[in-house]
Design a protein around this ligand. Structure first.
Ligand code: THU
Length: 130
């Protein structure tokens, strides 16, 4: 299952716009429908305006009309697995429950899988506002 996500995330990573950090990241989220949405990091000459790959993948999913994430994968080339930044953990949380798997991968395969709750314990989510 994670293989499909890895393929989509690697394809998205090829399209990363990362001329400043030179650090290309790809992400893929699987929606409740089973469909997969990819995204890449998109940096900006005004540095803080750049967005992460996970954020781009979520935007693609929401733009396609889905609002529930059941699996996430992020891929980069580094010795240690790339973990989603704090902001992206919270963005995933908006559309996912605590038990979904978040895979961290290199192009060779998944290196580490954690649940969203492990990455973002005691999180604040939409239910807290209802
Ligand atoms: N980046 C991501 O896209 N996702 C992550 O999980 C970690 C970091 C991007 C942001 C920036 O374009 C580059 O990696 C270096 O931080």
């Amino acid at each position: 299952m994670a293989d499909e996500l890895l393929q989509a995330a690697c394809a998205a990573r090829e399209r990363a716009h990362a001329p400043y950090s030179k650090f290309k990241v790809g992400a893929a989220v699987r929606g409740e429908s089973g469909r997969i949405y990819g995204g890449c990091n998109i940096e900006n000459a005004a540095y803080p305006e750049g967005i992460c790959a996970e954020t781009a993948a979520i935007a693609a999913m929401v733009g396609a009309g889905e609002t529930k994430i059941i699996e996430v994968l992020v891929v980069g080339v580094s010795d240690e697995p790339i973990t989603p930044c704090g902001g992206c953990r919270q963005r995933i949380r908006e559309f996912a429950g605590p038990d979904i798997p978040v895979h961290m991968a290199t192009p060779d395969g998944v290196q580490l899988t954690m649940t969203l709750a492990e990455l973002l314990p005691q999180s604040f989510g939409p239910e807290n506002l209802s």
